[in-house]
Unconditional design. Structure first.
Length: 219
């Protein structure tokens, strides 16, 4: 099954979406960033509103997705498997030991070292031998917390959480029995603003090398 764009209806089908182009500021940056404020209906700041990011995907091809397995040589070396963010920082060690020779797979549950969901973004799982990467694979994480409004209602979503253009993202159905093909993360981003009592979601299109400003009326 091929789709030019996969929206998030399968995840948030019960929610009503709004679209907002935002305001593109004159501030020049490297990559992407969203700045904004969360306010109530009379303009007062609303603090402690969680902001989560979901991505929109553009179909690219139906090639086989990259392998996640590391072919362990014989004799087996000591292998360490770590997860790194886009800045190359280790956020979790998944494995350390001597696996048997042959195909070796370590999957990541998308949680950090404290068992907390990793913020939305793209991460790499590295198989290391003598601190040198022998094999790696990438994983896109979405729908997790990236920001929270402060006492002034302000929030910032940095470039790390906006990996626009990243490819490939292999997409499957819920039980992973049907491959939808490889996709690219598009510049159309879904932001979910929520507290324990209410939520609001907004689609926004971000612009490269410029700050996109989005103020949200919440509540």
């Amino acid at each position: 099954m091929r789709k030019s764009t996969l929206l998030l209806a399968c995840v948030l089908s019960a929610l009503a979406c709004e679209r907002d182009t935002g305001i593109v500021s004159s501030e020049v940056i490297s990559g992407y960033r969203i700045d904004g404020r969360v306010v109530d209906r009379i303009g007062n700041p609303v603090k402690n509103v969680d902001v989560k990011v979901f991505y929109n995907y553009e179909y690219v091809d139906y090639n086989s997705p990259p392998s996640k397995e590391y072919d362990v040589p014989n004799p087996s070396p000591n292998v360490t498997v770590v997860v790194r963010n886009r800045n190359g920082q280790n956020i979790r060690t998944l494995y350390s030991g001597n696996p048997p020779p042959g195909p070796f797979l370590v999957e990541w549950d998308k949680k950090d070292a404290d068992s907390v969901d990793a913020p939305s973004g793209v991460y790499s799982v590295h198989y290391l031998v003598n601190n040198t990467t022998q094999k790696s694979y990438d994983i896109a994480v979405e729908g997790t917390l990236v920001a929270r409004s402060d006492s002034l209602g302000k929030y910032v979503i940095p470039n790390d959480n906006l990996p626009v253009g990243f490819y490939p993202v292999p997409l499957y159905n819920a039980d992973k029995t049907l491959f939808y093909g490889n996709h690219r993360i598009s510049s159309s981003i879904l932001l979910l603003f929520s507290t324990s009592a209410r939520y609001r979601e907004v689609y926004i299109t971000v612009v490269k090398d410029r700050v996109t400003v989005l103020d949200v009326v919440f509540g």
